[in-house]
Design a protein around this ligand. Structure first.
Ligand code: AMP
Ligand code: ZN
Length: 472
């Protein structure tokens, strides 16, 4: 299996630390609001990565944090506290907000067939771990106290900007326009590990620490939660591309300073979903959520299908038109599967099954090329294999793709049958007479009967799937 590694900027063969086992860490949501469908693009593609690893035979342990403290609006050490902002907006406590939006996040994930990670840990439940690691960083000379806060000293590292796609001068905190400088920092890139002297007097969540009452910075939580569950050698770390700097850069700095060796081998970054105006936002323009998709009549899996048609390392533009096209393609797939369900006799052709499965694996093994994997799904439908083989392959692929194709085809078939049962006996009888006339090639009679059916308020149509009848 080959994966693009943001750390080396190369597609590399994936080799885990322990043969057959994979430790995978995912930056979880900041639970101050609903996730937008951009956030969820990242979680969908990470889910495909996890499921591809499992499909390829790896025993995966996946861990995710829930950010319920410490994340400021700038992603660095400036701006408002996101959780506090959410609590004020809704006149609730931070913990009430955290609970509500954590549940909402997992509900969205369920609708999008995103598997819940094996371990999910809120930052607020790991304060002791953070204090332990920060104390050790101070002891080792990697962190210092200034103005009451604890900072990580980036000048102690040989290389801080590890994702060197970025230019140092573009990234250095404090150089960016509009970001106020923190006079306590020894170096511009230093970042906060623990806040005591906070500009947020109304900070709700505070804990005792050796440095006074305060709360952790955002970055320390991911290092600590990952190491707590996955140890000092991590195979894959995932997140959206915006997390590469400063969040992941800071995670690497503090983790490796703490453990004294390389921490994570592969970094998997999902590029952004943008709307037509540019960036996706929770405050400006249309707030695109899974609920909004549902309100507009879209099945959430259609959004998953839309995402998988593009590569995770390319940014993707969302528009309602694009989603509508994805829905049409999805519905066509369902229409092709429905008639297969009625005739699935015969044994699975093991040779055809093996060949198509191999193509599917190759597509995903080539840096999670989901668009190619979907093409293999179309190859299955076009293939000359029997329906039993095709259905077995569709079900097998769906363990990774998560499109619910067979379940939705079964539901559509049942719906059509129920609609058919509602047809009055008189119309049903005419329909049967018309079928008999067509069989005898008496098309004049068949047309005459169809006109009678039309007069009774029903439309008869011949489709590739057979005869369809519906109320006009
Ligand atoms: P947050 O809840 O802000 O911590 O973000 C959750 C995840 O969504 C992170 O992995 C972000 O990198 C990712 N993310 C944020 N904006 C987008 C976007 N427009 N498209 C894709 N992923 C995003
Ligand atoms: Zn993180």
């Amino acid at each position: 299996m080959y994966l693009y590694n943001s750390l080396t900027h190369k597609k590399e063969e994936f080799i885990p630390n322990t043969a057959g086992k994979v430790g995978m860490y995912t930056c979880g949501p900041t639970v101050y609001h609903f996730a937008h469908i951009g956030n969820l693009r990242t979680y969908i593609m990470e889910d495909v990565l996890e499921k591809t690893l499992r499909y390829s035979g790896y025993d995966v342990k996946r861990v995710m944090n829930i950010t319920d403290v410490g994340h400021l609006t700038s992603d660095g050490d400036t701006g408002d506290d996101k959780m506090l902002k959410g609590a004020k907006r809704e006149h609730k406590t931070v913990m009430e907000i955290a609970k509500f939006y954590t549940d909402a996040f997992f509900e969205d994930c369920r609708k999008l067939n995103i598997k819940t990670p094996d371990a999910v840990e809120p930052a607020t439940s790991c304060i002791d771990e953070f204090i332990k690691v920060i104390s050790s960083l101070i002891e080792k000379g990697y962190a210092y106290e200034a103005g009451g806060n604890i900072y990580f000293d980036t000048s102690k590292l040989e290389k801080y900007y590890v994702f060197s796609d970025f230019k140092e001068e573009d990234l250095a905190v404090g150089v960016r326009e509009g970001v106020e400088e923190d006079g306590n920092k020894r170096n511009k890139a230093d970042f906060v590990l623990w806040f005591t002297k906070s500009k947020f007097d109304d900070q709700e969540l505070k804990w005792e620490s050796p440095w006074g009452i305060g709360y952790p910075g955002w970055h320390i939580e991911c290092s600590c939660i990952s190491m707590k569950h996955l140890g000092e050698y991590l195979d894959i770390h995932c997140g959206g591309i915006d997390n590469a700097f400063p969040h992941h850069t800071n995670e690497i700095a503090q983790s490796e300073a703490y453990i004294g060796h390389k921490w994570c081998n592969y970094w998997f970054h999902v590029h952004h979903l943008n709307d037509e105006t540019g960036k996706m936002s929770k405050s400006k323009g249309e707030f695109l959520t899974v609920s909004l998709l549902e309100q507009k009549g879209y099945k959430p899996v259609v959004y998953r299908f839309f995402c998988l048609q593009s590569h995770y390392r390319k940014s993707l533009v969302f528009s309602w038109d694009n989603l509508k096209n994805a829905e049409a393609a999805y519905n066509k797939l369902i229409e092709k599967i429905i008639p297969m369900l009625a005739d699935k006799s015969g044994a699975v052709d093991e040779k055809a099954f093996g060949e198509l499965k191999q193509s599917f694996l190759e597509a995903l093994g080539n840096d999670i090329n989901t668009a190619q994997a979907v093409t293999v799904l179309y190859d299955v439908l076009k293939s000359s294999a029997n329906n039993a083989t095709k259905l077995a392959l569709i079900a097998d692929f769906d363990t990774v793709l998560g499109f619910d194709l067979i379940a939705n085809a079964e539901a559509a078939a049942a719906e059509a049958e129920a609609a058919g049962n509602d047809i009055p006996a008189e119309v049903q009888e005419l329909l049967e007479q018309r079928q008999a006339a067509r069989k005898e090639k008496n098309f004049a009679l068949a047309d005459e009967i169809r006109d009678k059916i039309t007069a009774l308020g029903y439309e008869v149509r011949e489709t590739r799937q057979g005869t369809e009848i519906k109320k006009i």
